[in-house]
Design a protein around this ligand. Structure first.
Ligand code: SF4
Ligand code: SF4
Length: 404
């Protein structure tokens, strides 16, 4: 493991640094905030790493369970003055837990199901047939750009798939889809099943090579993050550029290919709710944007979605108090949702409350897992939650508006 300067920074060293710290990051850790437990705070997990490293703690199912009380949101990494990489510490220990059969039953069950079905939401082969026939008119076999929807978007968010394909069409970009799109491998990697994740990565790399694709575009930040950052760590080379849809479409907008000249100008009024108090509140129709952890903190993609929302969609953007690098997690990461569904739901409610404080009636995000978590929480509070591709496609008139 290396720190930001590339210096070797082993597990025990990270644990030693962390246990000497005032532990202020626990106030930012969303899991610690909800569960109110020192054991599952960032430092609690680092203390476990130190104890295991020194051989002072026996690794059991109980200890292993604490490692899965982490949303992998990475906000502790933003805060940490000592540059401790808690998500990476957690990942390494989860790999040990998985190897030694100590991962919680819910995690083992999810991993087994994924390896068997090749998708999160049912057998991949069965899902592929339906998806391919539904969008046949919008894909071009032989195209060099591969649209990889991701299994959660493909199964749970067909409107997002349609919006994305129509945006490609509007921009004049021909895209292909795989005959059978399998999971990208991220859930297995995050849960500690490294070898199984690597097998999925090798499968996708072979499909990309066989199709001769030059670019892979996905609207799921977890898919793009694992392809960009984790495939190399797993020893797999994906022979194509990887872009999240917001990066890709922002590039097209800059070229004037998406929404014409509007793609080059900001027409909105981005404002941080906490920074600029207003007597009048946000303008009618204002929206706020939730930065998905895996798009923002993991990939550093903060500006492209905002440029698209203000420049192409003409949205009056009102920022939540915690946005950008310090955006709060929605609870949609696999560990929280799988192992601690109650914690995940609380995180979603807190995030929607924060959105509500901006006065905006719409919350836009750019991740199917955020949509799944924030949608129901938003419905409870009268806040419409939608994907950025839906907003753009509606604005460009290539997707019917949602009925209110
Ligand atoms: S992760 Fe960093 S900020 Fe948090 S307790 Fe450890 S050393 Fe301190
Ligand atoms: S990654 Fe997020 S949930 Fe996990 S310890 Fe850090 S702040 Fe807490």
């Amino acid at each position: 493991m290396s720190d930001k300067a590339g210096k070797h920074f082993d597990l025990a060293t990270q644990g030693r640094i962390c246990v000497l710290c005032p532990n202020m990051c626990r106030y930012l850790c969303p899991v610690a905030a909800v569960e109110k437990s020192e054991t599952t705070s960032p430092r609690g997990k680092a203390t476990l790493a130190l104890g295991l490293g020194r051989g002072e703690v026996a690794f059991s199912e109980g200890e292993a369970a604490a490692l899965y009380h982490c949303a992998t949101c990475k906000i502790c990494r933003e805060w940490c003055p000592s540059n401790v990489d808690l998500p990476e510490v957690t990942r390494e220990l989860r790999e040990r837990a998985a190897r030694e059969g100590l991962a919680p039953p819910a995690v083992r069950n999810l991993a087994e199901r994924l390896v068997r079905d090749r998708s999160l939401h049912g057998p991949a082969a069965a899902l592929a047939a339906e998806g391919l026939s539904r969008y046949r008119q919008l894909v071009s076999p032989g195209a060099k750009v591969l649209y990889f929807a991701g299994c959660s978007t493909a199964t749970l968010q067909p409107r997002v798939v349609a919006a994305t394909l129509r945006l490609f069409e509007a921009a004049g970009v021909k895209v292909a889809r795989l005959q059978t799109e399998e999971c990208c491998g991220l859930p297995l990697d995050v849960l500690g099943f490294r070898e199984e994740a690597a097998a999925f990565a090798r499968g996708l790399a072979a499909a990309v090579e066989a199709g001769g694709y030059q670019t892979v575009v996905s609207g799921c930040p977890m898919c793009t993050q694992v392809m960009k950052d984790r495939y190399p760590a797993l020893g797999v080379t994906l022979g194509a550029d990887v872009r999240h849809v917001t990066e890709y479409f922002a590039g097209l907008a800059e070229e004037g290919a998406l929404g014409g000249p509007a793609g080059k100008r900001d027409t909105g009024n981005p404002r941080a709710a906490g920074d600029a108090p207003s007597d009048t509140g946000p303008p009618a129709g204002a929206g706020t944007y939730h930065d998905p952890c895996y798009l923002g903190r993991y990939q550093g993609v903060y500006d492209p979605p905002r440029r698209l929302l203000t420049g192409v969609a003409g949205l009056a953007l009102v920022e939540m108090e915690r946005h950008g690098e310090l955006a709060a997690c929605c609870g949609g990461a696999f560990t929280t949702d799988t192992v601690r569904p109650g914690t995940a739901t609380s995180l979603a409610s807190r995030r929607i409350e924060e959105a509500g404080r901006t006065g905006a009636g719409t919350l836009v995000t750019a991740c199917p897992h955020c949509l799944e978590m924030l949608g129901p929480a938003g419905a409870d509070r009268g806040i419409a939650v939608c994907d950025i591709t839906e907003v753009l496609a509606e604005r460009l008139g290539v997707l019917p508006r949602r009925s209110a």
